[in-house]
Design a protein around this ligand. Structure first.
Ligand SMILES: *Cc1c(COP(=O)(O)O)cnc(C)c1O
Length: 463
C-alpha cells in the first residue's frame, strides 16, 4: 500500500512532478495472486526493496558458508553476463572456454593425473555436483556387477551421519541405500574402521567430507583410503572414494599443503566443491571433477553441438547463469595461488583467535578451534545450567548477529552447539565486535534463573 505523508498536498498539480513512488492514489496490491494491473517501476522497486530490508545483513550471518562479499570488478563482470545462458555454448563460446579453464585449474590444483585434459564441469553448487559424483559411482558399480554376472538391485553408499543433506537427497532420489555411520562420544565424523565395517560388494562408494558442516573438521580422507586399500587386499572388494570438498577443496590446497586428501590418493575418484563457498563467488556455482576420463562413465555424458563440434555435458539443469562461472574465473586470475592462500589463512587466523577468545570467557567449551575449515563449534560448559546454546543464539540476534545453534545427530543428540563460519569479509575487527556483544549478552544471560529457549523455540536452522 502506498503511503502519503500527512503534510503532503492532497493531489499533485501539473506543475509539480514528484517521483511517483509514494504519491500515488492509495492502492491495494494482492500479495498471493498476480495483480490485475501494471505498477509504476519505481513503486514496484520500492515495495520489493523495503520488504527485503527485513532479511537482515548477510555479512553478519555467521551461519552461512556462502560468499557474502565480492569486489566491484567481479560484480561488474557478473552484471555483464547476467544475460548469458551457460548451456548456449555455441552462442557464448568464450564463457564456455572460461568454464573449461576453471575445470582445468581445479583439476591441477587437486593433483589429477590427467590435469592437462581434465574431466569435470560447473554446476549450480555442491549439491548438483554431489548428485553427479554419486551417479557416476552408481553407474560404475552397476557396470562392474553386470560384467561379473552379479545383481545390481541393492546399491549402498557409506558416509558419516554428519553428511550434508544433499547426500540424503542423492540416496533418496536415486534409490541407493544410505549407510550412515553415527557419531560416538567425541568422534563427530567418519573414521576409517567404521567406514570399512559398513562396506560390502554392493557399496558404490564412501563419501569423505572435507570438512564437516557440523564442526568444520576434516574427515581423515587418506586414512579412510588406506583402510579401503586394506579391505581390497583382504576381500577383493574395491570401494572408490568421493571427496565432498564443498568447503575444504578451496581451503586445504592453499593452507594445508601437507594434507594429502585429493587425487594424489588413487582411490579418490571424484571431488565436488562449492565455488560459492571458499571459492569466493556469490551463490550459484559449484564444481565436479573426476580423477580422469575413466572415472566418468561414457553413458552419462550428453553430447551437444558446439560450433560445429560435439561438446560433452553432464548436468542436471539445462539453462543456468554464466555470470558465476565468469566470476570464478575472475577470482582465479585476480587472486592466483598467493591471493587464495592469503584470504584463507586470514580467515583461519580470525577463526582460531576468535575461538580462543570465546574459550577464555568461561561459560563455553570448544568442540573445534577453526584450525581446519575456518569454522568452529562450541557448547556451554558443564557448570552452566541456567542458559542454553539456543538462548545464546537468540540473544545474539538482538545485536544483529546470526550465530546458529543446533543439536547434533545420532548418537549425540544430547549435544547442542553453536557454530561460527569465518569467511572472507569477516575481519579481526568484526570478531572483536562479536566478542564484545557476546560478553554483553552473557552478563544478561548469566542472571536468568533458568533456560528459556530450546531447539523448538530457537528458530529453524538447516545445514
Ligand atoms: C554446503 C555443502 C554442501 C551443499 O553445497 P551447495 O553448494 O550449497 O549445494 C554439500 N556438502 C558440504 C560438506 C557442504 O558444506
Amino acid at each position: 500500500m502506498a503511503l502519503e505523508h500527512p503534510g503532503a498536498p492532497a493531489a499533485p498539480t501539473h506543475d509539480l512532478a514528484p517521483a511517483p513512488v509514494f504519491s500515488r492514489d492509495v492502492l491495494t496490491i494482492p500479495r498471493h495472486t498476480l495483480p490485475a494491473e501494471e505498477l509504476d517501476p519505481d513503486v514496484a522497486f520500492q515495495l520489493v526493496h523495503d520488504e527485503l530490508m527485513l532479511d537482515g545483513n548477510a555479512r553478519l550471518n555467521l551461519a552461512t558458508f556462502v560468499t557474502t562479499i565480492m569486489e566491484p570488478q567481479a560484480k561488474l563482470l557478473m552484471a555483464e553476463c547476467l544475460d548469458k545462458n551457460m548451456i548456449d555454448k555455441d552462442e557464448y563460446p568464450q564463457t564456455a572456454e572460461l568454464e573449461s579453464r576453471c575445470v582445468n585449474i581445479l583439476s591441477n590444483l587437486w593433483n589429477s593425473p590427467d590435469g592437462g585434459r581434465a574431466t569435470g564441469c560447473s554446476t549450480t553448487g555442491s549439491s548438483e555436483a554431489a548428485m553427479l559424483g554419486g551417479l557416476a559411482l552408481k553407474r560404475r558399480w552397476a557396470a562392474r556387477q553386470k560384467a561379473a554376472g552379479k545383481p545390481t538391485d541393492k546399491p549402498n553408499i557409506v558416509m558419516g551421519i554428519n553428511v550434508q543433506v544433499c547426500w540424503e537427497k542423492f540416496a533418496n532420489y536415486w534409490d541407493v541405500e544410505m549407510r550412515l555411520v553415527p557419531m560416538e562420544g567425541d568422534t563427530y565424523n567418519l573414521t576409517p574402521e567404521r567406514a570399512v565395517a559398513q562396506c560390502d560388494e554392493n557399496t558404490i562408494g564412501v563419501v569423505a567430507i572435507l570438512g564437516s558442516t557440523f564442526d568444520g573438521s576434516y574427515e581423515p580422507v587418506a586414512d579412510i583410503c588406506a583402510a579401503l586399500d586394506d579391505l581390497e587386499r583382504r576381500t577383493g572388494v574395491d570401494v572408490p572414494v568421493h571427496v565432498d570438498g564443498a568447503s575444504g577443496a578451496f581451503v586445504a590446497p592453499f593452507i594445508d599443503p601437507d594434507l594429502v586428501w585429493d587425487f594424489r590418493l588413487p582411490r579418490v575418484q571424484s571431488i565436488n566443491a562449492s565455488g560459492h563457498k571458499y571459492g569466493l563467488v556469490y551463490p550459484g556455482v559449484g564444481w565436479a571433477v573426476w580423477r580422469d576420463a575413466d572415472a566418468l562413465p561414457e553413458d552419462l555424458i550428453m553430447w551437444v553441438n558446439y560450433l560445429g563440434d560435439e561438446m560433452p555435458t553432464f548436468a542436471l539443469n539445462f539453462s543456468r547463469p554464466g555470470a558465476q562461472v565468469v566470476a570464478q574465473y575472475y577470482n582465479f586470475l585476480r587472486l592466483g595461488f598467493d591471493g587464495y592462500q592469503k584470504v584463507q589463512q586470514y580467515s583461519r587466523d580470525v577463526a582460531t583467535r576468535l575461538s580462543a577468545e570465546i574459550e577464555k570467557l568461561g561459560p563455553f567449551k570448544l568442540l573445534t578451534r577453526g584450525d581446519e575449515l575456518p569454522v568452529f563449534a562450541f557448547t556451554t560448559a558443564d557448570h552452566v545450567d541456567n542458559f542454553t546454546v539456543f538462548d545464546v543464539s537468540n540473544s545474539m540476534r538482538e545485536r544483529g548477529w546470526l550465530v546458529p545453534a543446533y543439536t547434533f545427530p545420532d548418537n549425540r543428540t544430547d549435544l547442542a552447539a553453536l557454530r561460527v563460519v569465518v569467511r572472507q569479509g569477516f575481519s579481526h575487527d568484526l570478531a572483536d565486535l562479536l566478542i564484545k556483544d557476546l560478553k554483553r549478552q552473557l552478563a544478561i544471560l548469566e542472571k536468568q534463573p533458568a533456560p528459556v529457549h530450546d531447539e523448538s523455540t530457537a528458530g529453524g536452522f538447516h545445514h
